[in-house]
Ligand binder design. Structure first.
Ligand code: PLP
Length: 238
């Protein structure tokens, strides 16, 4: 299977899951997660219709950014250290992994410096996994209110969630449901810098379930590009 075959296949599964949940195929965005994959593989995915790509490390974006010649939107989906915000603020369209006021304030400062408003998602850790970043669902509203109060150059566009890995996506369906309920609640908040439109959840092994539960962005790597070679360490240490 080529990268194009894989993209076509995922797009068709994505479309079917969207229709199953009462939406149109184009209502759900497929982001290709390109971490540890080569620029030529990324170009192949873009040629197959991918419009949005995501990396989880700042250094990997910096390294690849100028090598990708085709127009594409870049997203950051991994943990972001405040001292690295300045390196990607002009490169990405959205940061999916905001989980502290401190980080949001740094994004706000760097966005202001280049005259930009940065779209962000709040990363929710619904399964309370210690190995994962993200804010506890119970603290999400408070974090949102604090960000809205103090970060005029940040626009909160929704939530991001990473489910625990499971062979059986039914096991993680309750987390998707929980995050959707939280999303719907927070989306009611009336503030000019809160403009909820995106629920980013679902990866290679669980994206159909995530879509059924309301995701409108899915982040898929392995099912498009194959297994990652972690010996490459393209992003360097973070
Ligand atoms: C790597 C990664 C993905 C993609 O995972 P696959 O299982 O390869 O599809 C999605 N989201 C985040 C945050 C990731 O780090």
């Amino acid at each position: 299977m080529s990268i194009k075959d894989n993209v076509d296949y995922i797009q068709s599964l994505k479309g079917a899951a969207a229709v199953k949940s009462g939406r149109k195929p184009e209502d759900v965005l497929l982001i290709a997660v390109t971490k540890l994959h080569e620029p030529w593989e990324m170009e192949e995915a873009i040629a197959a219709g991918i419009t949005d790509i995501a990396e989880n490390k700042v250094q990997e974006i910096q390294k690849k950014y100028d090598l990708i010649k085709s127009p594409v939107r870049w997203h950051l989906i991994g943990h972001l250290q405040t001292n690295k915000v300045k390196n990607i603020i002009d490169k990405v369209v959205m940061i999916h992994s905001v989980d502290s006021l401190h980080l949001a304030q740094e994004i706000d400062k760097r966005a202001a410096a280049i005259g930009k408003t940065m779209d962000i998602l709040l990363q929710v850790n619904a399964a309370h996994e210690e190995s994962k970043f993200g804010v506890d669902p119970l603290n999400c509203k408070q974090l949102l209110m604090e960000i809205l109060e103090s970060c005029p150059n940040v626009k909160v566009r929704g939530l991001m969630h990473i489910a625990p890995y499971s062979e059986d996506p039914e096991e993680v369906r309750p987390y998707f449901k929980e995050v959707k309920v939280l999303y719907d609640e927070l989306a009611q908040i009336d503030h000019e810098n809160s403009d909820f439109a995106y629920l980013s959840m679902g990866m290679s092994n669980d994206f159909e379930t995530a879509i059924e539960e309301g995701a409108n962005i899915i982040r898929v790597g392995t099912s498009i590009f194959g297994a990652r070679d972690y010996s490459k360490k393209m992003g360097g240490e973070q």
